[in-house]
Design a binder for this molecule. Structure first.
Ligand code: CDP
Length: 246
């Protein structure tokens, strides 16, 4: 692990990886990458690599766990043993249990679970390579896998973090900013700007917090554009196939 950099932002306002303070890392995603899952997505964001798979809605067993009036969402965030510099011990950890819980809650307000009483929707987010911001990368991928599985949702969910380094707010933390910065605020939001996840590590003033939300909104807006584009591409291609088959 590298030592704390002397400065995170240079005199030109550029960060260690050359980005501006309000710029997100390059992101790309592909859906329908797993043939055995009902929906799937592979996403790269900077050096993060995440695979998300969705199974369901399907009948939940054992039946005593079923909810009479809605589907249950289960979300498992997992880091592969080889995803970080120091090997991760396989199996759940305090961190992965916490991330799984808050990520599930990020989707509960948007998934139309009442349409599937007694069912379960399983979301698996596997981090293959980690480089800061994996919970938000996983949420972006999971949203796409849910959409790919045809799970009815009120809208898409996008996620991004805002942090603070050198006394300035920065969008989408890189690894040194995440490790040595003064704050890390991951958020998830819907297209209407409804926040479905917010966590905070470190200190910011109330005014900075408000600014962080606005910065994050803009980051999420850009991510949502890519999410929509990815879905459009897949479904336009399907339409083309249907037309050419006639
Ligand atoms: O990944 P995210 O920013 O959502 O969560 P974090 O707990 O703030 O972790 C920040 C980064 O630290 C991760 O993205 C990994 O690159 C790294 N990390 C690690 O090297 N070993 C761990 N056991 C957990 C995280």
């Amino acid at each position: 692990m590298s030592d704390k950099p002397e400065k995170f932002i240079d005199e030109n306002g550029l960060r260690l990886d050359g980005r501006r303070v309000d710029e997100i890392r390059p992101m790309k995603m592909e859906i329908g990458v797993l043939s055995r899952a009902d929906g799937s997505c592979y996403l790269e964001w900077g050096k993060n690599k995440v695979l998300a798979a969705v199974y369901g809605p399907r009948e939940l067993h054992p039946r005593r766990l079923q909810k009479a009036d809605s589907a249950l969402i289960r979300y498992r965030y997992n880091m592969a043993a080889f995803s970080v510099e120091d090997r991760i011990r396989p199996g759940p950890s305090r961190r992965s249990i916490e991330i799984s819980k808050v990520s599930r809650e990020a989707f509960e307000p948007v998934v139309l679970t009442h349409l599937y009483p007694g069912a379960v929707i399983d979301v698996f987010a596997e981090v293959l390579q980690a480089d800061a911001g994996t919970r938000t990368a996983a949420i972006n991928a999971a949203c796409m896998a849910l959409a790919d599985a045809g799970i009815p949702m009120k809208g898409l969910v996008s996620a991004c973090a805002v942090g603070k380094v050198d006394g300035q707010l920065v969008l989408d933390l890189n690894k040194p900013e995440d490790n040595y910065g003064d704050a890390d605020i991951p958020m998830a939001m819907t297209s209407d700007g409804e926040i479905t996840l917010v966590q905070m590590d470190g200190d910011v003033t109330p005014e900075e917090f408000k600014q962080a939300i606005e910065m994050c909104k803009e980051g999420c807006r850009q991510i949502m554009e890519l999410q929509k584009e990815t879905l459009k591409n897949k479904f336009t291609k399907l339409e083309d196939v249907e037309i050419s088959d006639d």
